[in-house]
Design a protein around this ligand. Structure first.
Ligand code: IPE
Ligand code: IPE
Ligand code: MG
Length: 244
C-alpha cells in the first residue's frame, strides 16, 4: 500500500460483496458464517468510505437470482439483513449517514419492509454519506420497472429518471470481491462508464488496506467518456450524468 494520499476519490462506489460462502468453507464452517462475517466488512467499509470522502456507497446484498439458493440460506440472509438494519440504524443516523434500499422491496417480508421504511425516514435528511443497499435487486428488474413507470406517466423516453437512485450520480468505481469477473445483474444502466475493479480477496477479508488499493487503482485510471486522451485531460472531472 502506498502512503501517498489519493487525489481523485470516487464520488460513488458500488460493491458486489462476493465470496462469503467460500470464506466460510475454507474454514470448514457453514456458508452462513461467511455472511455473518461479511456484515463486519460492510461496517468497516462504510466507515472508511466516509473517512475517505466517498459521498455514495452502494452494496449488493441480495440479487433477484439469489432466491434460487437453498431456503435456509435465503432465510438466514433475510434475517441477517433485518437484524443488522434494526441494530445499526441509530448508529448510522448518529454518524450522519442516509440509508436507502433499492430493489423490488414488495417481495420482502412485511417486517423487513417496515424496518426499511423506518430507516429511510429516520435518516432522510442526513448528508455525510448515502448508503444504498441493493436487496432483491437486479439490473434487468430495474430497467423494466423504470420503463413501466415512465410509460405509465406518459413519458417513455424519460425512463432513466425512474431507475433506482436516479437522484444520485452514477458509480465512478465498481468493486467486485471473490475473484469472479462479472456483473451478475447488478447495476446495468448505471455502470455504463464506471471503472471496474476486481479482486480475488473474499468479501469478509476486504479491509481498509484493500479499499485503499482500489482507490489508488481508480486514481490511476484516465476516464475518457468517449473523448481522446488529450480532450479528457483538458476537461477532467466530466460529470458522469453527462453521459447518456
Ligand atoms: C456473496 O457471497 C453474498 C451473497 C450473494 C448474498 P456468496 O454467498 O455468493 O459467496 P460465494 O460466492 O458462494 O463464495
Ligand atoms: C452477486 O453474487 C450477488 C451478490 C453479491 C448479492 P453471486 O454470488 O450471487 O453471483 P454469481 O451467481 O456468482 O454470478
Ligand atoms: Mg457468490
Amino acid at each position: 500500500m502506498s502512503a501517498e494520499p489519493v487525489v481523485h476519490v470516487p464520488k460513488h462506489v458500488a460493491v458486489v460483496m462476493d465470496g462469503n460462502g467460500r470464506w466460510a468453507q475454507k474454514r470448514f464452517l457453514p456458508r452462513v458464517a461467511g455472511h455473518r462475517q461479511g456484515v463486519d466488512a460492510v461496517r468497516r467499509l462504510m466507515r472508511v468510505a466516509g473517512e475517505r470522502g466517498v459521498a455514495h456507497l452502494t452494496v449488493f446484498a441480495f440479487s433477484s437470482e439469489n432466491w434460487k439458493r437453498p431456503e435456509e440460506e435465503v432465510s438466514y440472509l433475510m434475517e441477517l439483513f433485518f437484524k443488522a438494519l434494526r441494530d445499526e440504524i441509530q448508529k448510522l443516523h448518529d454518524n450522519g449517514i442516509r440509508f436507502r434500499a433499492i430493489g423490488d422491496l414488495a417481495a420482502l417480508s412485511p417486517d423487513i419492509q417496515q424496518q426499511i421504511r423506518a430507516a429511510e425516514q429516520l435518516t432522510a435528511n442526513n448528508r455525510a454519506l448515502t448508503f444504498n443497499v441493493a436487496v432483491n435487486y437486479g439490473g434487468r428488474w430495474d430497467m423494466t420497472q423504470a420503463v413501466e413507470r415512465a410509460c405509465a406517466a406518459g413519458h417513455p423516453t424519460n425512463f432513466p429518471q425512474y431507475l433506482a437512485f436516479a437522484d444520485q450520480p452514477d458509480p465512478d468505481l465498481f468493486i467486485r470481491t471473490g475473484g469472479e469477473r462479472r456483473i451478475s445483474n447488478f447495476l446495468l444502466w448505471q455502470l455504463a462508464y464506471t471503472e471496474l475493479y476486481f479482486t480475488d480477496t473474499l468479501w469478509p477479508d476486504f479491509d481498509e488496506a484493500e479499499f485503499e488499493r482500489s482507490l489508488h487503482w481508480f486514481a490511476s485510471r484516465e476516464r475518457r467518456f468517449g473523448q481522446t486522451g488529450e480532450q479528457a485531460r483538458a476537461h477532467q472531472a466530466l460529470p458522469s450524468k453527462a453521459i447518456q
